[in-house]
Write a protein that binds this ligand. Structure first.
Ligand SMILES: Cc1ncc(COP(=O)(O)O)c(C=O)c1O
Length: 605
């Protein structure tokens, strides 16, 4: 049976048991049962399930691994971590995460004014806040306000002008200055999709010359003591450890050089993010473990510091993908299987049919296990011929429809008769015999990284896992856009089940979606974020909490700066019938996802 690579990507967070995907925690609930509970209140459409205990597990793993390594190497400084808000700003993710990590002093990283205000409002007491990205005077003022509120805040400068503004504001306010960090532009670049975040041509950070100038400016204003941190980030989702090793050597030497020049307050190196997640359901891509990552960081920084006679720096990380990706699962209901339109009752044989149609009908009637492959080949060839004849005007629409229906019926029958997973020849035909699964979700809204950078996410059905999945699957979303599709790829084949949606439901889970997808998602076609819930356990009892309903159509209009009252009035005024007015009002207060009855396959309109 296909296990959809659950042993590769799930890190034991999910298991397959009795044909169902289950949470591998406490009472081991099946995801389908959670989904059915949420839907029983009328919440159809896509859904995001968040599991705060998985996020907590990642945070604990990060701290434990680094603290153990620090102990093993007798490293004489400490480990700190912050969560970069850009990775997932949703309250359902942030608030339980901060609560669960209070005792660890887990902090937040902000990359904009909005994120900084969030960090100031919610950061764990005594935990650090780091601020990256380009800053104007307002953002720097916010840094001073945060410091004044008692936050342990570091403003990492991306350019000398930011440092000059910090000094201006310091003089203007005459208040204690936040810590200053220098983001250094390393020679080393990262690996993987985001390698360009590092390297000499990267968008961010100070060159060697600018680092020297920054230190001169601080000296001139008697502020060398506020310089606390060297920062670098060589790119997200680093699949190899080598670029990190190089970056550590480079930044470690910058650290000791500055210390030797008199940067007495400097006591930390912030290594940014980069820790990868295994997204593949086919093979392992990540070439290092968290322990190897921690060993390299601690060993390299200790080695450089000791050789140069300076105290080792505190180590900060800003890994977000590693923390938040595993804890969220997107669930999308299947609305339709396209070949389900192709059933026998739709064959419209005429008194006289073109010989190819007669032949197709014969193949359909006489297909057996022994001849299935041959008949399927023949039928695909016959379909091609009929399509060509149609274009030339030699056959009519009824003939064309008959050819499509019969070929699909022959393919379905052959797949049933043969064992697709053990049949190389059938596999070669996967591309030609795909089934299209229409799902009630938007790829642009919920999996923007699939659309934008072809990011792979593990996909599997929540049920039917004790049955053979025989259909090579092409996933379509409900947007009016041909990019809203996850096509079948023979190098990473996704097989799904042949289900009759009039009799049973079929939900697909998209895993590891907790990093970047939620806020990068866009309202293309005006689809809003899916409804979402947190699944928590209290005294070993599962609770569904923090339900956030998908935004209504009216709210989306508001977001676009339409006057939603005007829209509502325009619609109501031009409708005379009172019950139609009511219908309009009801629909506009709902979201754009398709409404269905208890089985998603049946539209109720
Ligand atoms: C400065 C900084 N820190 C941390 C991160 C998060 O990195 P990751 O996605 O590897 O967790 C990013 C992401 O781009 C970043 O720019």
């Amino acid at each position: 049976m296909n296990n959809y690579g659950i042993n590769i990507w799930s890190d034991d967070n999910f298991i397959i048991d009795s044909g169902l995907v289950k949470l591998n925690y406490k009472t081991n609930p099946a995801l389908i049962d959670i989904v059915q509970k949420v839907r029983s209140d009328g919440n159809t459409g896509p859904l995001i399930l968040r599991f705060p205990h998985i996020t907590q597990k990642q945070i604990d793993k990060l701290y434990k691994t680094f603290n153990k390594t620090i102990e093993e190497y007798s490293y004489n400084s400490s480990f700190y971590a912050v969560f970069p808000l850009k990775v997932n700003q949703f309250p359902n993710h942030i608030l339980p995460m901060l609560k669960g990590s209070e005792s660890l002093n887990y902090g937040l990283e902000a990359g904009s004014k909005a994120e900084l205000l969030l960090a100031m409002a919610y950061n764990n007491k005594n935990a650090p806040i780091t601020v990256n990205g380009f800053k104007d005077k307002q953002m720097i003022m916010l840094g001073f306000i945060a410091k004044n509120q008692g936050h342990d805040i570091t403003l990492t400068i991306e350019g000398l002008n930011e440092l000059e503004t910090i000094i201006d504001v310091y003089k203007e306010l005459n208040l204690p200055c936040p810590n200053v960090g220098l983001r250094v532009r390393l020679h080393s670049s990262g690996s993987g999709t985001w390698a360009k975040s590092g390297g000499i041509n990267s968008k961010f950070g100070l060159s060697s010359m600018e680092i020297l100038q920054a230190f001169d400016i601080l000296k001139k204003h008697n502020l060398t003591n506020v310089l606390k941190m060297i920062h670098f980030h060589i790119g997200s989702d680093m699949n190899s450890i080598h670029p990190l090793k190089k970056a550590l050597k480079e930044s470690g030497h910058i650290y000791v050089e500055l210390k030797k020049m008199g940067a007495d307050g400097l006591d930390s190196i912030n290594i940014g993010g980069g820790l990868a997640i295994e997204y593949s359901q086919y093979n392992r891509n990540i070439q290092y473990s968290l322990k190897e990552f921690a060993n390299d960081v601690v060993f390299t920084l200790k080695d450089i510091s000791e050789k140069n006679g300076v105290k080792s720096p505190n180590i900060f990380t800003e890994s977000g993908r590693f923390i938040s990706a595993p804890g969220s699962v997107l669930i999308a209901p299947t609305l339709e299987l396209f070949s389900s339109e192709y059933n026998k009752s739709n064959i419209r044989l005429k008194k006289t049919n073109p010989p190819i149609i007669e032949e197709l009908y014969y193949l359909f009637e006489h297909i057996t296990k022994e001849n299935a492959k041959e008949y399927m080949h023949d039928s695909l060839e016959h379909l091609e011929s009929i399509l060509t004849l149609f274009d030339l005007g030699y056959v009519d629409l009824i003939d064309r429809s008959n050819a499509e229906v019969l070929t699909n019926l022959i393919i379905k029958k052959s797949i049933k008769l043969k064992d697709i997973h053990n049949d190389k020849e059938l596999k070669r035909l996967d591309n030609k015999i795909q089934e299209k699964y229409l799902l009630n979700f938007s790829i642009f809204q919920s999996l923007p990284d699939f659309w934008g950078i072809n990011q792979e996410f593990p996909i599997m059905p929540l049920t039917h896992l004790d049955k053979k999945a025989t259909r090579s699957a092409n996933i379509w979303d409900i947007t009016c856009d041909s990019d809203g599709e996850i096509p079948f790829e023979s190098s990473k084949p996704l097989y799904l089940h042949d289900v009759d949606l009039t009799k049973e439901e079929y939900f697909l889970g998209f895993f590891l979606v907790g990093a970047y997808q939620d806020t990068l998602g866009m309202k293309h076609n005006l689809f809003s974020s899916p409804s979402q819930v947190n699944i928590v356990f209290e005294n070993d009892e599962m609770k569904i909490k923090d339900f956030i309903k998908s935004q209504s159509i009216l709210d989306i209009f508001d977001d676009l700066d339409y006057d939603s009252n005007e829209i509502l009035n325009n619609l109501i005024i031009s409708t005379e019938n009172d019950s139609l007015k009511e219908v309009l009002q009801e629909y506009i207060k709902d979201n754009s996802y398709l409404k269905t009855t208890h089985t998603e396959g049946k539209f109720n309109i």
